[in-house]
Design a protein around this ligand. Structure first.
Ligand SMILES: *[C@@H]1O[C@H](CO)[C@@H](O)[C@H](O)[C@H]1NC(C)=O
Ligand SMILES: *[C@@H]1O[C@H](CO)[C@@H](O)[C@H](O)[C@H]1NC(C)=O
Length: 243
C-alpha cells in the first residue's frame, strides 16, 4: 500500500513539476546543489579552523614552557611572578647567578641563598652596633636582636641544606621539604620582627636605622615564602611535576 502511495505521490510531484515552466525547473536543481555543496564546504572550513586552532594552542603552550626552560632570565622572571616584590626577586636572584639553570627548584634555592646572605649580613651590621652602643638598655636589646638574626640566618641555611640533601638524580623538593622550608622561613621572618619589636620597646635610637637595614631581607624572605607556597603552580608553568 505504502509503496503505491509513494509512487502516486511521486507521480503527483512529477505532474506538478511538469506544470511549472521549463526554465524554473532547470534553475531549482542547481540551487539546491549549490546550497548543499556550500554547506558542506562551510562545515569543512569550520572544522578545519577549529582543529587548526586547537593544534596551534597546544603547540604554543608547549613552546611557552620550552622557552621558559631555555632561558635563565625568563625562567627567573616566571618564578618571581608569584611574588609580591617581583623586581627585587628578579634582581637579587640574577645578581647571585644570572646563568642559573632555568629550573624552578634551582631558582628557589637561589632565592633562599639571597635570604641567607642578606640576613647574616644584617646580623653582622647589628653586632657592630652593639659594640659601638654606649646606652646599656639599647645595648641589651641590640644584643638580643643580633642573636635573633643569627638564629634566622641559621634557619635559612637549614632550608638551603634541605634542598641540597637530595641524592644523585633525585629531585631536591618533596612536599615534606616544602612544608619544612615554609616553617623555617616563616620562623626566620618572625625572628626578625621580634628583633625590631625589642628595639622599639627599649626606645632604641637606632630602631629606624636597623629597620631600614632589614627591609630588604624582609622582602627577600617574603619572596622565598611566596615561591615556596606556590611551587606546584610554578612547576606547572614549566610543565614539570613535583617529585
Ligand atoms: C650558576 O649556576 C650554574 C648552574 O645552575 C652553575 O653551573 C654555575 O657554576 C653557577 N655560577 C656561579 C657563579 O655560581
Ligand atoms: C654586607 O653589607 C655591607 C654593608 O653593610 C656591604 O658592603 C656588603 O656588600 C654586604 N655583603 C653582602 C654579602 O651582601
Amino acid at each position: 500500500m505504502e509503496s503505491i502511495n509513494v509512487l502516486k505521490g511521486y507521480g503527483k510531484l512529477n505532474s506538478a513539476e511538469a506544470q511549472t515552466p521549463h526554465h524554473h525547473r532547470a534553475a531549482k536543481r542547481p540551487l539546491i546543489l549549490a546550497v548543499t555543496v556550500s554547506s558542506i564546504v562551510l562545515l569543512t572550513i569550520t572544522l578545519g579552523l577549529l582543529i587548526g586552532a586547537l593544534v596551534r594552542e597546544s603547540s604554543t603552550e608547549g613552546s611557552e614552557a620550552q622557552s621558559l626552560r631555555s632561558s635563565s632570565a625568563q625562567s627567573i622572571r616566571a618564578v618571581c611572578s608569584v611574588t609580591q616584590h617581583q623586581d627585587s626577586c628578579f634582581t637579587s636572584i640574577s645578581s647571585l647567578n644570572s646563568s642559573v639553570e632555568p629550573d624552578p627548584e634551582a631558582i628557589f634555592e637561589l632565592s633562599l641563598r639571597v635570604c641567607v646572605n642578606e640576613v647574616s649580613n644584617g646580623s653582622l651590621f647589628v653586632r657592630d652596633l652593639v659594640k659601638s652602643s654606649n646606652d646599656a638598655r639599647s645595648k641589651g636589646a641590640l644584643g638580643d636582636c643580633a642573636g635573633l638574626l643569627e638564629d634566622a640566618a641559621s634557619r635559612l641555611r637549614d632550608s638551603v641544606a634541605a634542598m641540597e640533601a637530595a641524592g644523585p638524580g633525585e629531585k631536591a623538593l618533596t612536599e615534606l621539604k616544602i612544608s619544612n622550608i615554609q616553617t623555617w622561613v616563616s620562623a626566620a621572618m618572625t625572628d626578625q620582627e621580634t628583633c625590631l619589636d625589642g628595639l622599639e620597646e627599649m626606645g632604641s635610637t637606632v630602631l629606624e636605622m636597623v629597620r631600614d637595614r632589614l627591609s630588604r631581607s624582609r622582602e627577600f624572605m617574603s619572596n622565598s615564602l611566596a615561591i615556596c607556597a606556590q611551587m606546584s603552580a610554578v612547576l606547572e608553568k614549566f610543565e614539570m611535576g613535583m617529585h
